[in-house]
Design a protein around this ligand. Structure first.
Ligand SMILES: [Mn+2]
Length: 370
């Protein structure tokens, strides 16, 4: 899952498509540009490269691009390439259709928000964020899926029926899809994982991919600066609201002092989430002068997407993000009070439910007396 920041402008003209509509649409055109989101994760790249492979199998020309460098640990997905830039596309390649994968809103397009960020500039969005702002002309969105790679997988099955004989599925397509599925499902730990998720994973494994090689590259190769990022995080880690909230804030100064890059700090929020008693984890990350990006995670049953939405952000119920422009102290104050409010609302709801139960318990007995 990735954090996403919602735009307030949603195009009402966006046509909602099913998986089979999407497969049919892909058959209709010839030259595709596939956009992934800035600060890429395994899912956007896995879905993008997987879709690129599917389109090429269909005899189409397709190139997956990304506005940011690909982190080392994800370069297995991109066959070792650190950059998938538009400038690197073969001279003479002209796309007629633009597809976005795993992009909930144009604010996640980074440098490619120009020219693709305006409503209607992307032809087709394939996404698993329920908060997708429907910026594309057409969209296939399923907010119930753990990974966008699952949606691309389903499109591939619709077109090629690889699920009937998984050995026919090319490894060059199965491997990136597996990487996307594994990373965005928290290695099959998150609540969005269903029997269907495992079924898709089973087909991908049966294709013959070397899944341990894929995951070792992703999880088993922390750089020195990622370890330094963890050190910096533990130094700054604080608890609030009766130890139910863990919070780490990095400033530009932290980044300089520990010599950190953006890609080193992506996983910090997950690190401070798995602490007993902690219900909400917050990582505040610098994005320029008095501008911060917040990553929010929470336990099942709580909803950080609602909290992120108060600051113009969004995402998944248990993994969301937003941006706030202010000093780090004020940013912390604002997010902590929003979380406190959500706790209070939850308490009120619980109290209302138990009151109702008590009431119906004493008064409802439908057929107890004749
Ligand atoms: Mn995703």
């Amino acid at each position: 899952m990735t954090d996403s920041v919602m735009e307030t402008t949603a195009a009402t003209s966006c046509k909602i498509r099913t998986v089979s509509d999407t497969a049919a649409w892909l058959s209709t055109h010839n030259n595709y540009l596939i956009l992934t989101h800035a600060h890429p994760d395994g899912d956007t790249l896995g879905a993008g490269i997987g879709l690129q492979g599917i389109l090429r199998m269909m005899g189409k020309t397709a190139y997956c691009v990304c506005p940011s460098p690909v982190p080392y640990r994800l370069q297995g997905i991109t066959e070792g390439r650190e950059f998938l830039l538009i400038e690197q596309l073969p001279a003479g390649f002209l796309w007629d259709k633009v597809i976005s994968v795993d992009i909930a809103s144009p604010s996640l397009m980074g440098a490619y928000a120009v020219p693709f960020g305006e409503v209607g500039k992307v032809d087709f969005a394939i996404d698993h964020h329920g908060t997708n702002t429907l910026f594309a002309k057409e969209a296939c969105v399923d907010g119930s899926l753990a990974a966008c790679a699952e949606l691309v997988f389903d499109i591939g099955m619709e077109l090629f029926r690889w699920d009937e004989d998984a050995r026919k599925m090319p490894i060059s397509i199965a491997a990136p899809l597996y990487a996307g599925l594994n990373t965005d499902s928290g290695s099959f730990k998150f609540g969005a994982v269903t029997p269907e998720t495992h079924h898709r994973a089973a087909v991908l494994l049966a294709s013959g991919i070397e899944h341990t090689r894929i995951t070792e590259r992703i999880y088993g190769s922390r750089s020195v600066s990622q370890v330094m990022a963890a050190k910096a995080a533990y130094e700054n880690l604080r608890f609030f609201h009766g130890d139910r909230v863990s919070l780490v804030s990095f400033t530009e100064e932290t980044m300089k002092r520990f010599r950190l890059h953006d890609e080193d700090i992506d996983d910090i929020v997950n690190m401070i989430r798995g602490i007993r008693g902690v219900r909400v984890a917050v990582h505040v990350k610098p994005r320029g002068e008095n501008r911060y990006k917040l990553s929010l995670r929470c336990e099942q049953g709580f909803n950080v997407a609602g909290i992120a939405a108060k600051f113009g952000g969004g995402g998944h119920p248990c993994a969301s993000g937003c941006s706030i422009d202010d000093t780090v102290e004020n940013v912390e104050r604002m997010i902590l009070s929003a979380i406190a409010e959500a706790f209070e609302e939850e308490e009120k709801e619980k109290a209302a439910v138990s009151e109702k139960e008590t009431f119906s318990g004493t008064d409802s007995g439908e057929d107890t007396t004749a």
